[in-house]
Write a new protein. Structure first.
Ligand code: 0O2
Length: 211
């Protein structure tokens, strides 16, 4: 890569970093506002990451595309990634609705792997959004992949990701089956935790005690 190319790729990745900053701020605002107004925060935590140039190049090659920043911007929609971890499955959908209602965010794609889990059991709500970033001389519209899931789904996905990278396509059937079974347990656990939350709410909010 010559000096000019390094500069152009760095400038492109900077735009994705700004898009992540914008999204993180939006999510923080929503969570803090809900904490203040409803005394409830649906978001446990948010993680962001920028795909490394090596992974971008590898993905372009895998897709049979020429390695260029134009192709990266046009065909790799998860260069900027946000993972939103919620307490309950209902929170996942309310966070999605809040993102969808933001006037400057355009939802380009939504994949609901919670209603329709992947065959291995993977559950998560995936969005590809487009967000404007306001630079000194222009506005850029940048794609961000948002994965929204519960703590339990995240626990499963993190471990499955590590196991998958150990075996790749050659995962023994016994491990594949065990992972699917544990994914079903995760779905059940989320359902029970939601039931528990509803039951707690039926008891009502305790009156604050005077100290
Ligand atoms: P990484 O390292 O997490 O970024 P795409 O390849 O993105 O163009 P695809 O596969 O249709 O298209 O996208 P999808 O289904 O929305 O999944 C993209 C991302 O979701 C993956 O990114 C993973 O982060 C996550 N994901 C999808 N399926 C699984 C799964 O079965 N298990 C786990 N643990 N995560 C999954 P990357 O680029 O593969 O990896």
């Amino acid at each position: 890569m010559d000096k000019q190319m390094v500069f152009e790729w760095a400038a492109m990745l900077m735009s994705y970093k700004f898009a992540l900053d914008e999204m993180s701020t939006k999510l923080t605002i929503l969570n803090e506002e809900l904490q203040f107004v409803q005394d409830y925060n649906p978001i446990e935590h948010v993680k962001t990451r920028i795909k490394s140039p090596e992974s971008i190049v590898e993905k372009l090659k895998r897709k049979g595309l020429e390695v260029s920043k134009e192709n990266a911007a046009a065909h790799i929609r998860d260069i900027a990634g946000v993972r939103v971890i919620c307490s309950f499955s209902t929170d996942v959908y309310s966070v999605y609705e809040m993102i969808r209602r933001q006037g400057d965010v355009k939802v380009l794609e939504m994949k609901d792997y919670i209603k329709n889990p992947k065959p291995n059991g993977y559950q998560s709500l995936h969005l590809i959004i487009e967000i404007p970033i306001f630079l000194s001389e222009r506005i850029e519209h940048v794609n961000v992949e948002i994965q929204i899931r519960t703590i339990a789904m995240d626990f499963w996905a993190s471990l499955e990701h590590k196991i998958y990278y150990q075996f790749h396509e050659d995962m023994p059937e016994s491990i594949r089956d065990e992972l699917k079974e544990t994914a079903d347990m995760i779905a059940m656990l989320d359902k029970r935790m939601l039931g528990l939350k509803d039951e707690v709410q039926r008891f009502g909010t305790p009156q604050p005690t005077l100290m």
